[in-house]
Design a protein around this ligand. Structure first.
Ligand SMILES: [Zn+2]
Length: 223
């Protein structure tokens, strides 16, 4: 179903085919549409039929032609459908399984709807609920991360590093008193290194449970 491509991938985009017609419910039709538009092949890597069948589109080694201006470092998945009530549970199940498989292959990857980078309604379905995304597009971690943060269990918080995203990163940034955007970038990296150095730890930017514990203690003790 999924073999990690050699090219870099940071984001996965979800699309819909903008049709509910049964004769369009296959990758071949979409391929013909895209060829007619002058693409070299179908723009998506995956197509999910109404019955939940997963079909392969263009090679994962190729950049998709799916989100104008935002194709590099992405994977594109299309579900057959247009009206929100016409998408099936079988499709959502396949989407979730596929996204979980992709997520497991990467340290840091986020999931998005086409609508996040265009004025379109695509993919129409509530992909955030289906995939249990947090506000940064991290998959299926919203509930866990928030719960572990609320309960202040450093041992249960995820290991973070440059490139990590999500609620846990936002919490880390709060603890470091830096800008909270949920993305572990160079500024967060510098702040983590400085914090570790100040606590006589090897100043790498990897945040493991002992670093979480120190950060939380630090929070409790500060005025
Ligand atoms: Zn789209």
């Amino acid at each position: 179903m999924f073999k990690k491509p050699k090219r870099k991938v940071h984001r996965v985009f979800i699309h819909c085919s903008a049709s509910d017609r049964p004769e369009h419910d296959n990758i071949e039709t979409i391929r013909q549409w895209h060829l007619a538009r002058g693409f070299s092949d179908v723009g998506y890597h995956y197509f999910i039929r109404k019955d939940g069948t997963l079909q392969m589109g263009r090679s994962l080694e190729k950049i998709p032609a799916a989100q104008k201006g935002h194709n590099r470092h992405t994977i594109a998945i299309c579900l057959h459908g247009l009206k929100i009530e016409k998408f099936t549970d079988a499709q959502k199940k396949t989407l979730l399984e596929l996204c979980r498989t992709i997520d497991a292959a990467y340290d840091s990857i986020s999931f998005h709807g086409h609508c996040e980078v265009s004025a379109k309604a695509c993919p129409v379905i509530d992909y955030r609920t289906v995939l249990d995304l947090d506000m940064y597009g991290s998959l299926g971690r919203k509930t866990d991360a928030l719960e572990n943060i609320t309960q202040k269990r450093p041992e249960a918080l995820p290991e973070l590093r440059l490139g990590s995203r999500g609620e846990a990163v936002a919490y880390l940034q709060q603890l470091l008193f830096i800008r909270t955007d949920g993305i572990f970038g160079p500024q967060t990296s510098r702040a983590v290194k400085a914090f570790k150095k100040a606590h006589d730890l090897y100043p790498s930017d990897i945040v493991k449970s002992y670093v979480w514990r120190l950060l939380m203690e630090n929070e409790t003790h500060s005025p």
